[in-house]
Design a protein around this ligand. Structure first.
Ligand code: ADP
Length: 322
């Protein structure tokens, strides 16, 4: 049986370890493994390589993806492109396509399923915004990177009596922003899921300033506003502090995968083997409360994951509001 692997859409740290674990696990169990370059585009262009035990060596500690990834809007928009992708897979004798990617890549896999291609999706995204799993691959490393950057910014903020507005990734989800705010002790957060009370925040910052606290940090999810927009809002509120902005940008997608992302990569690889052993296809393999779970692609596509209301409610109140 021949299994093909792609990494697709936004890259996330942990994709390389997953390619390594999955390839070796499949080979150990008698499968032939192919990798197409650059996601759906590489299948379309027939850019394929055999993955071997040796050519996936050394990947555990490397960020990015050796297979490369791409955005390929033609695949989404043009049914003849999807038909061609299906035909390439069939001509190459591929029995199963494993898609490592985010929400868009999941939708692409669901479209291929509808054409009769057997697919498994392994959730990889720094945003942790995919239904059917508690964790997505790369989120742990991205949060570690953000934490490290904000800690450093706090040092300089304290030296100058400054409030820093720090913009992190997250188009539709405030997951990175809320968790980064908790980890770094930020004074405020702006996320797509809820409205921030700007007047109340401004009062809190003013009070801190008057108490002589030498720094304040505000985390903003890019999907809610830009750091500049939030800075302009606060500049009109007389908070006392000098205000600066920092946009963390693509450093959030890179770096050596941290332990938890490597462990998650291992579990997703083993989950794929479990699905194969049970003849289960067209599912997203996820991890929930520590267990490997399968969610049909159709269900994963039709549902949205929501951010923990508990975290949102309690981050600044320190009250138990379930
Ligand atoms: P991610 O997988 O990280 O969310 P994208 O949203 O860019 O990244 O999706 C990756 C690729 O998946 C796109 O370039 C496109 O080829 C395909 N794709 C995205 N959305 C859809 C969709 N709604 N239907 C079919 N294919 C899609």
């Amino acid at each position: 049986m021949k299994v093909a692997i792609i990494t697709s859409g936004g890259d996330s740290p942990g994709m390389n370890p997953l390619i390594r674990y999955l390839t070796r696990a499949l080979i150990e169990n008698g499968y032939e493994v192919l990798g197409y370059k650059n996601g759906y585009k590489g299948i379309y262009n027939r850019e394929r390589h055999t993955l071997t035990y040796d050519n996936v060596a050394g990947l555990l500690k490397i960020g990015g993806t050796i297979l490369g990834t791409s955005r390929f809007p033609e695949f989404k928009e043009d049914p003849s492109v999807r038909e061609h992708v299906k035909n390439v897979l069939s001509e190459d004798g591929v029995d199963l396509l494993v898609v490592i990617g985010g929400d868009g890549s999941l939708r692409g896999a669901y479209d291929l399923q509808k054409l009769g291609v057997k697919c498994i999706v392994l959730p990889a995204s720094i945003d942790n915004d995919m239904y059917g799993t508690d964790e997505t691959l790369g989120m742990h490393t991205a949060l570690t990177t953000i934490q490290d950057a904000v800690d450093k910014i706090k040092d300089t903020a304290s030296s100058h009596d400054r409030t820093f507005i720090i913009e992190v990734m997250g188009h539709r989800s405030g997951f990175l922003a809320v968790n980064a705010a908790i980890a770094t002790g930020a004074e405020g957060v702006f996320i797509p899921e809820v409205e921030t009370d700007v007047e109340e925040l401004a009062k809190r910052l003013r009070k801190r300033y008057e108490e002589g606290r030498r720094n304040s940090i505000i985390i903003v999810a890019e999907g809610k506003a830009s750091a500049k927009e939030v800075a302009d809002l606060l500049k009109s509120k007389n908070i006392g502090y000098d205000i600066r902005i920092s946009v963390l940008g693509h450093i959030q997608r890179g770096g050596i995968p941290v332990f938890h992302d490597r462990l998650l990569a291992f579990r997703l690889a083993m989950g794929t083997l479990k699905a194969l052993s049970q003849n289960v296809f067209n599912v997203l393999v996820g991890v929930k409360k520590g267990d490997i779970v399968f969610t049909p692609l159709e269900k994963a596509v039709k549902n949205r994951k929501t951010l923990s209301q508990f975290l949102i409610n309690s981050v600044y109140t320190f009250k138990w509001e379930d």
